[in-house]
Design a protein around this ligand. Structure first.
Ligand SMILES: NC(=O)c1ccc[n+]([C@@H]2O[C@H](COP(=O)([O-])OP(=O)(O)OC[C@H]3O[C@@H](n4cnc5c(N)ncnc54)[C@H](OP(=O)(O)O)[C@@H]3O)[C@@H](O)[C@H]2O)c1
Length: 214
């Protein structure tokens, strides 16, 4: 199965790095075009190629690795998904300048981290996200850990746990294969409405929890 990555920042480049370490091929893209990725793909080796967003989006499995505020504009203009798999790696947070008034908002428990939660009403984030990718099979994964720990699948004599969830069993099985092939320990959290809520930052009960399977 081919893999595409949309977004080459902290998450997209980390995902590409863990795929490269496992010798898995992928096409990575960003807003600035393939030339801007020459140094990254040079570092990661021949399994990772730079492409346009459209090229990355044409893969069998596509990781969404853009900030929440950009998700709708990036994904809703892409061609039909026709049952292909989209990994929702996003989290519904907004980043702000540490010197902005937002940083002094005492009602925001996340202000010290330079982020605030996006108000989605009673919806969970993958429920909103999947509206931008109609016809895709959405699996929530690779979103619940900081990339600083995501880069090391094996640690402390065990395997780092990655959660995943989704409503399509075959799509989930494909993502489980990637999680396992890259050296992590995969834990199925069930359907999107259950697992998506549990593992989504900032307030999901399992978000940011860094478990190791010994
Ligand atoms: N950072 C983490 O530790 C972490 C961990 C798990 C999940 N996440 C989630 O992953 C998502 C990405 O976060 P991040 O920290 O990786 O953000 P980031 O470092 O700011 O990277 C965002 C990427 O999105 C790309 N992008 C923006 N607009 C685009 C467009 N129109 N077309 C194509 N690409 C576009 C940017 O392209 P350019 O490079 O060209 O600007 C950049 O490569 C967020 O939803 C975040 O919540 C982050």
């Amino acid at each position: 199965m081919s893999i595409g990555i949309i977004g080459s920042g902290a998450l997209g480049s980390s995902f590409a790095r863990i795929l490269a370490k496992a010798g898995i091929s992928a096409t990575i893209s960003n807003s600035r075009g393939p030339e801007s990725l020459a140094s990254l793909v040079g570092e990661l080796g021949p399994s990772i190629k730079a492409g346009t967003v459209e090229e990355a989006a044409s893969a069998d499995i596509v990781l969404a690795a853009v900030r929440w505020v950009d998700t709708e504009s990036v994904f809703s203009r892409l061609p039909a998904w026709n049952g292909r798999i989209v990994i929702d790696g996003t989290n519904p947070v907004v980043f702000f300048d540490p010197n902005s008034p937002d940083a002094k908002d005492t009602s925001n428990p996340l202000a010290a981290y330079g982020i605030k939660a996006v108000d989605l009403g009673d919806k969970y984030s993958s429920e909103v996200f999947r509206q931008f990718v109609p016809g895709a099979r959405v699996v929530k994964a690779f979103n619940h850990l900081d990339v600083n720990v995501l880069k090391e699948p094996q640690v402390a004599g065990g395997q780092r746990v990655l959660f995943y969830s989704g409503d399509d069993a075959d799509a989930k099985a494909e993502i489980r294969k990637i999680i396992e092939a890259t050296g992590f320990f995969a834990v199925d959290l069930g359907t999107l409405d259950v697992g998506g809520r549990l593992a989504s930052l900032p307030f999901g009960a399992l978000s940011s929890h860094n478990f190791i399977k010994i």
